[in-house]
Design a protein around this ligand. Sequence first.
Ligand SMILES: *[C@@H]1O[C@H](CO)[C@@H](O)[C@H](O)[C@H]1NC(C)=O
Ligand SMILES: *[C@@H]1O[C@H](CO)[C@@H](O)[C@H](O)[C@H]1NC(C)=O
Ligand SMILES: *[C@@H]1O[C@H](CO)[C@@H](O)[C@H](O)[C@H]1NC(C)=O
Ligand SMILES: *[C@@H]1O[C@H](CO)[C@@H](O)[C@H](O)[C@H]1NC(C)=O
Ligand SMILES: *[C@@H]1O[C@H](CO)[C@@H](O)[C@H](O)[C@H]1NC(C)=O
Ligand SMILES: *[C@@H]1O[C@H](CO)[C@@H](O)[C@H](O)[C@H]1NC(C)=O
Ligand SMILES: *[C@@H]1O[C@H](CO)[C@@H](O)[C@H](O)[C@H]1NC(C)=O
Length: 405
Amino acid sequence: MANTRRNASVTIIVILGLALLSCVSANGNRRALVNAGPPVFDITKFGAVPDDENEDNFGAFIKAWNAACHSGGPAKVLVPKKTYFTGPVLFQGPCNSTVTVEILGTIKATTDLSMYDSPEWFTFEHISGLTLTGGVFDGQGAAVWKFNDCKHNKRSCARLPSNVKINHVNNSVICGVSSVNSKQFHFHIFGSNNITMYNLNVTAPDESPNTDGIHLSTVQKVTIKDSIIGTGDDCISIGQGSQQISINNITCGPGHGISVGSLGKYKDEKDVVGVEVTNVRFINTTNGARIKTWGGSITGKATNITYKNVILESVKNPVIIDQHYGKKKSTTIKDIHFINFKGTTISEAAVSMLCSSKFPCQCVELVDIELSYVGLKKTLPFVSTCEHVKAKFSGKQNPPACKLQ
Ligand SMILES: *[C@@H]1O[C@H](CO)[C@@H](O)[C@H](O)[C@H]1NC(C)=O
Ligand SMILES: *[C@@H]1O[C@H](CO)[C@@H](O)[C@H](O)[C@H]1NC(C)=O
Ligand SMILES: *[C@@H]1O[C@H](CO)[C@@H](O)[C@H](O)[C@H]1NC(C)=O
Ligand SMILES: *[C@@H]1O[C@H](CO)[C@@H](O)[C@H](O)[C@H]1NC(C)=O
Ligand SMILES: *[C@@H]1O[C@H](CO)[C@@H](O)[C@H](O)[C@H]1NC(C)=O
Ligand SMILES: *[C@@H]1O[C@H](CO)[C@@H](O)[C@H](O)[C@H]1NC(C)=O
Ligand SMILES: *[C@@H]1O[C@H](CO)[C@@H](O)[C@H](O)[C@H]1NC(C)=O
């Protein structure tokens, strides 16, 4: 008995070992992906055709999903090996089953924007107990990024589809998934509770616009760990209404870092409370730990946010709080901790905390910030810049701590 089980687990290791990414979590918990268990709803049995440039596979995806979702027990939607081209796909609940979507192949998005009614490619909606695992979502964004050129051209500023939108989903896991060249956000998690994401591989070129790796808003209890993210925007952006967010063991770069915000752009925003970012590495990013708010809204707050054990290589802004200082109204920023930052920066103001005079940043703590300058200037003052921030510095500080008002 014990022997059979051991053989079975050896087989699992071998099979998973073939894929670069898997749902074997870093702490050794093995999820049983390979078993005789639940009924399988293979998209090719519902009419999906691989290696075809025809984007009408979406009907097969949706039929396979609907069958699994209404099967009454645990069920698996299978996307076999090979490449499947498709327009937008909506996987909608509620289901009376617990569904695993297992992708072995690659799914490629149509670049015909007229096919998208809303800015999503794959949407998972009103589901509890989902597992999404394996495979590659290729958004083929390079063909359309020019339509999201908001910085340079206000008229050419469309909101483009996310690769994967998780909308009102609870108690779910996303693991071992790769996402490349999304048209806009790679993963957009909205209105959801208790989501765990790990072993993700997210890539897009550093110049691709708004291709955030994971964007969160109005979510509770989200864990993101053991992943590699390199994109043209934030590796992870934590938007309004995000609470109990845990981020651990992420390699980020290229990209804009792991950011709280932007907050305060819209009316009636909800608080960001309880964010813990630990054991992260930033390589060649514009920011490391960033908290950014706009003037305009004062409804939301950003509180209880910790970045701890951070390694930086050639990062422009390792620690940055930008409260849109100068404006009267602003989001409250309070109870913020930056602990144990090590590495290199290309900016002479490696620690920058610019808050508003009316709403100073409060209870900000920096412990052991040990950075060195590797930028191009030969001599410079290596400094921390602070405006209207109530901060406490302790341990080693390089750049030297600000003189506080
Ligand atoms: C992540 O994805 C990129 C681009 O598809 C690929 O080159 C790289 O090998 C992947 N890394 C892992 C660990 O799977
Ligand atoms: C699940 O839902 C489907 C469709 O609504 C229904 O036909 C089926 O009987 C349900 N099964 C169970 C076990 O509730
Ligand atoms: C998710 O949880 C929320 C809050 O507990 C609940 O209101 C919602 O109905 C749940 N959604 C699903 C799809 O289970
Ligand atoms: C969170 O979701 C996981 C499945 O992903 C589930 O095992 C766990 O029980 C859920 N936690 C709560 C508090 O519902
Ligand atoms: C961190 O994540 C990487 C994948 O990006 C994984 O290979 C490694 O084992 C993880 N480290 C720990 C300590 O879990
Ligand atoms: C701060 O946030 C962390 C991480 O989400 C949480 O564990 C802790 O309880 C929070 N502390 C307070 C005082 O809210
Ligand atoms: C960082 O970016 C520079 C310029 O874009 C590039 O030459 C260098 O190879 C990058 N370094 C790493 C470690 O990615």
